[in-house]
Design a protein around this ligand. Structure first.
Ligand code: M6R
Length: 610
């Protein structure tokens, strides 16, 4: 939700800001802007629309200088427009601020500042920040920002530059990510690591309640009271190329193809040599004693991560014989959830920064639950606040539509299930061994599924001709149907309804008309016949049905219009394979419709507001 970039050093700042912002556009792309301090003056250029519109404008009107801040926006307060774009400045135009998050008490602050004579020019919550800095500024930017921090409530990461102190940037973080990059005679500020990887791998990951003064020669970190904080350098191991498109047309298709590798990475080092145990590193301290106290598991997440959690529910209830509830994070907190110190809460978040997920995590901790996080981002808020952490090791996921993060969340959940089952004694060694051996074969099987790409590309044409489509399945297939339909909606804007196949006749069947595309998932052996009966219900209404089934299920060809076959695996593991054709379908559907695949309208990669 908005990307921040900042630079201070001896190089020209404009290309560095634009390069960094291009890596952060996944966080929002309603508008973009930069502020540069040059010869004692703050100059701002900002424009509604994607970064390339700002870039075009800057070609004609370049901002020269060696210090600056930039922003790419996902609108929350105030529509996308030039005037609501960041950076925002104070009345004098000497101070510029870029901000990610929401200042919750901005209305009160705005009215108060207006009564003090400040003029506001935008509809944003952010604009209170430069005016507050102006109000408190008495020749020391750090002190002014420190005073501002006593006034603002909400979630924020922001960066400030000021023409009276052109040799520094002051930044602060509370509940929104902020990373500081350490260079040689230059330093960087960014919302996420990929933005600074072309320049440095040494970073400080700012914690909540911390601010920093960034100059060309160094970075000093303080708490909000002004006490200096000793930070440890976090060295980033993956390189910038890992976050680039690598010859693909879009990040999404690159990330779909990276999935076999990503699953391998998730599993590497986590399965014992004799294949019967799961091993986690020191980030997981779920001892046998702790596990034996668990009487309920609550899985909480948003969007695609929530769909992974639904798979987790089926798998864990089957393997652990413990009740498992999967909740949407934005709902969880407000229904006074029945959890306590005997609950294991599993939060799933690719970014580790999703505001609703983070709030749910905090609520669970407040109620005494132990929290295990499954996340992709090292040092993310979720990873730092959870008791136990499993990193998915999917590598940077840039496309807004989540693919490899989902698949590695599934792989992680399978590992957790076996890990807990061993401690609880609910899965004997041979069963664990068979399951883990099968799990290890999934990367190769995923590669085989990807070989069907061209067929699915053709199938996408059937879907794009319609404005509505249906995804049906039972049990684990239903959980994957939900994910498939979200993918299609999210990037191709085709309405896609996911339905539990047995539930169709209770309402949705009324929407089935001749020719309408239906994707039927039929991988769950124990209810295979039941799902086939439901497929016959839609076929009887002349829908165009594509089935996804395991190899060898030849008889399904007589029932449906076409079949996508998957290499066989155990039914519990099927979701890892089933989702791949659905991801490809969504991708090619969006390409066919000419949509902006990696940056779908109205969305952002990381949703750091409630
Ligand atoms: O970073 P998170 O995993 O917490 O993000 C959760 C959702 O916002 C995310 O999965 C979203 O639904 C994806 N864009 C779907 O593709």
């Amino acid at each position: 939700m908005c990307g921040i970039m900042g630079y201070i050093g001896s190089k020209e700042v404009e290309p560095i800001l634009l390069d960094g912002l291009s890596k952060l556009e996944y966080r929002g792309y309603d508008s973009a802007g930069i502020a540069v301090v040059k010869e004692g003056k703050v100059k701002i250029e900002k424009k509604e629309g994607k970064l390339k519109i700002l870039e075009e404008r800057l070609k004609a009107k370049s901002l020269k200088g060696n210090v600056g801040i930039g922003h790419t926006r996902w609108a929350t307060h105030g529509s996308p427009s030039d005037k609501n774009s960041h950076p925002h400045s104070d009345c004098s135009g000497k101070i510029a601020v870029v901000h990610n998050g929401i200042i919750e008490n901005y209305l009160y602050l705005r009215e108060w500042l207006q009564s003090e004579g400040h003029n506001f020019t935008s509809e944003t919550d952010t604009e209170v920040l430069p005016h507050l800095v102006e109000h408190y500024y008495q020749g020391n930017l750090q002190e002014a920002v420190q005073k501002v921090l006593t006034k603002v409530e909400g979630s924020f990461a922001f960066a400030v530059c000021c023409e009276d102190e052109p040799d520094k940037l002051v930044v602060a973080r509370q509940d929104s990510p902020l990373v500081l990059g350490l260079g040689d005679g230059e330093n960087f500020v960014a919302s996420d690591i990929p933005a600074i990887l072309n320049y440095t791998r040494d970073t400080y990951i700012l914690d909540d309640g911390q601010m920093a003064v960034v100059t060309a020669d160094g970075i000093e970190v303080f708490d909000f009271k002004g006490n200096e904080v000793d930070k440890k350098i976090f060295r980033v191991k993956w390189d910038a190329a890992a976050a680039e498109k690598g010859g693909y047309d879009h990040f999404m298709i690159k990330e779909i193809h990276e999935q076999p590798k990503a699953i391998r990475e998730t599993l590497t080092g986590r399965i014992s040599e004799n294949k019967s145990s799961v091993l986690f590193d020191e980030n997981v301290a779920l001892t046998k004693e702790r596990v034996s106290r668990i009487d309920k598991i609550a899985i909480v997440a948003c969007g695609t991560a929530y769909h992974a959690g639904l798979v987790g529910k089926y798998v864990m209830e089957k393997t652990l014989h413990i009740p498992v509830e999967t909740d949407i994070a934005s709902e969880f907190r407000y229904r006074d959830p029945l959890i306590n110190k005997r609950t294991l809460m599993i939060v799933i978040s690719q970014s580790g920064e999703t505001a609703d997920t983070l709030a749910a995590l905090r609520e669970a901790k407040r109620k005494g639950a132990r929290v295990l996080a499954i996340t992709n981002v090292v040092g993310s808020s979720v990873s730092r606040e959870a008791d136990d952490v499993i990193y998915t090791w999917a590598g940077p996921e840039i496309a807004v539509a989540s693919t490899k993060a989902y698949i590695t969340q599934l792989a992680s959940l399978y590992l957790v299930a076996v890990y807990l089952a061993e401690k609880l004694g609910t899965m004997d060694a041979q069963v664990r061994k068979n399951f883990l051996q099968e799990l290890e074969q999934l990367p190769e099987k995923a590669e085989l599924v990807l070989q069907d790409e061209e067929r699915i590309q053709k199938l996408a044409k059937e879907f794009v001709a319609w404005d509505d489509s249906f995804f049906i399945g039972r049990s684990l297939d239903y959980a994957v149907a939900l994910e498939g339909s979200l993918k299609l909606k999210e990037i191709s804007y085709i309405h896609a309804e996911a339905y539990a196949a047995g539930e169709l006749k209770h309402g949705t069947l009324a929407l089935i008309v001749p020719g309408i595309p239906v994707m039927a998932l039929v991988t769950q052996e124990d209810i295979y016949e039941k799902t086939v009966s439901n497929i016959k219900e839609v076929k009887a209404r002349d829908a165009f049905v594509t089935a996804i089934a395991f190899e060898g299920r030849k008889e399904i060809e007589k029932v449906v219009d076409q079949v996508i076959y998957l290499p066989r695996t155990t039914t519990l593991l099927a979701p890892i394979l089933t989702v791949i054709p659905l991801q490809l379908l969504a991708y090619y559907g969006a390409v066919e419709r000419g949509e902006d695949v990696d940056k779908p309208r109205n969305l952002a990669k990381s949703v750091t507001v409630e």
